[in-house]
Ligand binder design. Sequence first.
Ligand code: PLP
Length: 394
Amino acid sequence: MLNEKMLKLGTASSAIRQLFEYGKMRKAEIGEDKVFDFSIGNPSVPAPKSVDDTIKTLIETEDSVLLHGYTSAPGDMAVRTKIAEYIKETSGVNATAANIYMTCGAAASLTISLTALANEGDEVILLAPFFPEYRVFAERAGFKCVVVNCREPDFQIDISALEKAINKNTKAIIINSPNNPTGVVFSEATVKELSALLNKKQEEYGKEIFLISDEPYRELVYGDVTVQFPARYYANTIVCYSFSKSLSLPGERIGYIFVSPECKDSALVFAAVCGAGRALGFVCAPSMLQRVVAENLGKTADVSIYNTNRELLYNALSEYGYTVVMPDGAFYLFVKAPESDAAAFAERAKKHELLIVPSDSFGMGGYVRISYCVSTKQIENSLPAFKALIEEYK
Ligand code: PLP
């Protein structure tokens, strides 16, 4: 007898994956350039040259056995020290190697952090719209998920709705800024209000409420918008970071967890993180990639290409009459469906060869997500189809 829950997860692929697979099939039928696939968030800009250079140098100059060998479970000490110094320098938050646990990307950072925290009866709050895997990771860890919608139309956190959702069982909340799927960056006011609310609720219930800050898009931000570092405002913060998007390394599986030293019993929280990583069988994050990212902290893939795509798509869709959420970061555009059923709208878009994801996948109806981490040419070519699609509703 198999584990029913796992069987279900393994057989029912996500709506995003299904659309991606449909796109591949459709491209084979009618040609690559005739299908406008905006389904998936796979970086379309190459990693910075310095990443490839670091890999070459490491291979040419380092002892191969050491380079490809196990590191200690939380990661290579020199790497963790460099990351801690970088966090301290860029955010002002105190950090040492003892607060850094190297992981296989944000997905691992999240599963490990959630597993480290969950006890029977605990609840985690997800802010909709949210990355669909949050529910998968949280429920597997043993959490009950409680969903709170963000505030429309700006998609900042709805603090009063959140206040109503917090109760004696609330153990954690996951936030994600810059956000997938909205592209919204939480303002300083939002982060301060969130921190004040969580502090108030911790006092009211006499227990810790952890803020899990999922930050794979931290550096993907446009214009003069600043991404807040929640650990500056709230003590019980665990940051789940990844280099997948910032350095365009999603297949290399590398990231880290930062347990703030200000967390209550921070060393014990860190020990539980180590325990969860062990129980989940991670052993250690990829050794060579640990070394690579440590040499490339603060660097990003060429974000200007995403910015060109963002402006092109945002301006054109707004002009055609779509209601579009202004994206300040990540590489997603969140667009209001012109009919109440977003899935029906996405289905209609397919007739124009536009592959866009209904927001129901992200825990909230009424919108679609367009991933603009594609070539600028694809966006230019797709614009007549977007125009024809909205015309059908006029
Ligand atoms: N969190 C969010 C919000 C994401 O969008 C993604 C990937 O798309 C992840 C986590 C997982 O990222 P990683 O590839 O680092 O595991």
